[in-house]
Design a protein around this ligand. Structure first.
Ligand SMILES: NC(=O)c1ccc[n+]([C@@H]2O[C@H](COP(=O)([O-])OP(=O)(O)OC[C@H]3O[C@@H](n4cnc5c(N)ncnc54)[C@H](OP(=O)(O)O)[C@@H]3O)[C@@H](O)[C@H]2O)c1
Length: 225
């Protein structure tokens, strides 16, 4: 009897070994295939993103869409009110606040607002870059530099958003347009001095939620006229 038990347990052990022997490479093969599939998926979506961007958002994309517009479309954001090629918009007496106005889309919008006669408030984290952008904007649009204010704030830092809005409220009684455009997307997890993740804090928590919440009274004042 003891002899039989030993033999059957030996058989079981052998079966387990065989199973393990075949399962391990199969799992490895599957995970390699999954990794390849994920990589291929990423490559496809990156290509789609690139092609979609080229088609709809670059200069040729803009030109293609402009042809379909019934309203006049400007060739440059710097076209002033009444200037040939301008689209007829007039923002005189309007207060436009743009976060992240020293580069990219924010700067283009700032250029347009200044060209249309708005009082412009640029919320930027670097005084140096903000001043350089203000100079470019004022030169291109011939807007009076006094109508372009700089509010220094890193919108990822909630305390800085609060100070910037306080400063703005002391200067302007209303805000007709608030553009929550600032934000940086980092590949590596980084935290602000207040312990929030930077991409989330700059785009959403500080740059959109807090900034817009604190600006509600001034936005309402503008709405009342
Ligand atoms: N372009 C795209 O394909 C795309 C796609 C999805 C989302 N977005 C978002 O759309 C917005 C505009 O895009 P973009 O292409 O014009 O971006 P961009 O060229 O990188 O410009 C972003 C602007 O925001 C400022 N900024 C960044 N972090 C800030 C912070 N913590 N506090 C204050 N200012 C800050 C930058 O100033 P500095 O010079 O100081 O960095 C810059 O002026 C960004 O929020 C971006 O993340 C863009």
């Amino acid at each position: 009897m003891p002899h039989k038990t030993t033999r059957s347990s030996k058989n079981n052990h052998n079966k387990k070994q065989t199973l393990f022997f075949w399962t391990l490479p199969l799992c490895l093969l599957l995970s390699t295939a999954q990794v390849q599939a994920i990589k291929m998926g990423q490559a496809i979506s990156t290509t789609q993103f690139f092609l979609c961007g080229r088609r709809h958002f670059t200069a040729p994309g803009h030109a293609r869409r402009a042809k379909k517009c019934t309203a006049p479309v400007q060739n440059s954001p710097a076209a002033r009110v009444g200037q040939e090629g301008a689209d007829g918009a007039d923002l005189t007496d309007k207060v436009v606040v743009i976060a992240g106005a020293n580069g990219g889309l924010g700067k283009e919008l700032a250029m347009r607002a200044a060209a249309k006669g708005a009082t412009l408030c640029m919320i930027c984290r670097s005084q140096e870059r903000a001043k350089a952008a203000r100079q470019d904007i004022s030169k291109a649009t011939q807007a009076c530099p006094d109508k372009i204010q700089i509010l220094q704030a890193n919108v990822g830092e909630l305390s800085q958003v609060r100070s910037a809005v306080k400063e703005l409220q002391a200067k302007e009684s209303k805000v007709d347009c608030l553009v929550c455009n600032a934000g940086a997307s980092l590949n590596k997890r980084t935290e602000t001095s207040e312990g929030h993740e930077v991409t989330f804090a700059s785009h959403l928590l500080g740059g959109s939620h807090l900034l817009s919440q604190l600006s509600v009274p001034q936005l309402k004042t503008a709405e009342k006229g």
